[in-house]
Design a protein around this ligand. Structure first.
Ligand code: ADP
Ligand code: MG
Length: 252
């Protein structure tokens, strides 16, 4: 596993949009904060991959992002680093991430990462925990096909970044155990696969929840290996004044 950097050196990255923050050559070129920098070293990430070089400065600047890149290009860190950096810069512990409502705990995560399957969600959870190690940021994963009570229990101990599959999250929202009212960061990973698996209605419902009471306070990152019409539609519906990145050859 890991990235073959020799094979990646020459891969072109195309960027379009307004006022694009320039790419960086090293992680140190962006002020990611001490905690995250330590964790990057601990993970032995020596230098950013092409998607990371472009995506991280864009997302750290607070811009919405649509990124198309193949599997193995390093997308997880590309969206996790800006989320962690953003939370550390301002949003952590401004309120408790769990409050009681009518005798039941309700979780109020600051960031939501949606992914199509249990396996992918667990992988993202594992990576995000390494990136957030000792920062005080709590990362929790929820997915279908496993007892919901365990997952409620995990959330009750606090959740800043929630990694979820769409179906299970909708279930939890309907049971009023998760509120998306405080979400500042939304990442939709493997968006093309989520659509292939029929999750568009759930995803739209989730984003609708986030836009209540007022839209426009969240930063959204949409990640996909391909860029078909349906993904372009999601991008225009969910993102605002976004930057489009594509790495290498991208199918549609
Ligand atoms: P993608 O989501 O694009 O398929 P991942 O984010 O899962 O790719 O990354 C693939 C692998 O490369 C993971 O094992 C990850 O830990 C590793 N990786 C990501 N970025 C770097 C980096 N900058 N340096 C070294 N390894 C990295
Ligand atoms: Mg991935």
């Amino acid at each position: 596993v890991g990235i073959n950097f020799n094979a990646y050196e020459d891969i072109p990255v195309e960027a379009s949009g307004e006022n694009i923050p320039p790419p960086v050559n090293t992680f140190a070129d962006i002020d990611l904060g001490e905690g995250l920098n330590e964790n990057i070293k601990r993970c032995k990430f020596v230098k950013p991959t092409p998607i990371q070089r472009h995506a991280i400065p864009i997302a750290v600047a607070g811009r919405d992002l649509m990124a198309c890149a193949q599997t193995g290009s390093g997308k997880t860190a590309a969206f996790c680093f800006p989320i962690i950096c953003g939370i550390l810069r301002g949003h952590l512990s401004h309120t408790k991430s769990v409050s009681m409502h009518r005798g039941a705990p309700v979780a109020y995560p600051l960031a939501l990462i949606l992914s199509p399957t249990r396996e992918l969600s667990c992988q993202i959870h594992e990576e995000a925990k390494k990136f957030a190690y000792k920062t005080g940021i709590k990362v929790v994963v929820v997915y279908g096909g496993a007892p919901i009570s365990h997952q409620f229990h995990n959330m009750e101990r606090g959740v800043d970044i929630l990694v979820a599959t769409p179906g299970r999250l909708v279930d939890m929202i309907e049971r009023a155990r998760v509120s998306l009212r405080k979400i500042k960061y939304l990442a939709l990973d493997e968006a093309d696969r989520m659509l292939d698996m029929g999750f568009e209605p759930q995803i739209r419902k989730i984003v609708e929840q986030m836009d209540m009471p007022a839209p426009g306070t969240r930063q959204t990152m949409l990640l996909s290996a391909t860029f078909p019409d349906e993904i372009q539609r999601l991008a225009s519906d969910f993102l605002s004044n976004y930057i489009f990145l594509s790495v290498g050859r991208v199918g549609s």
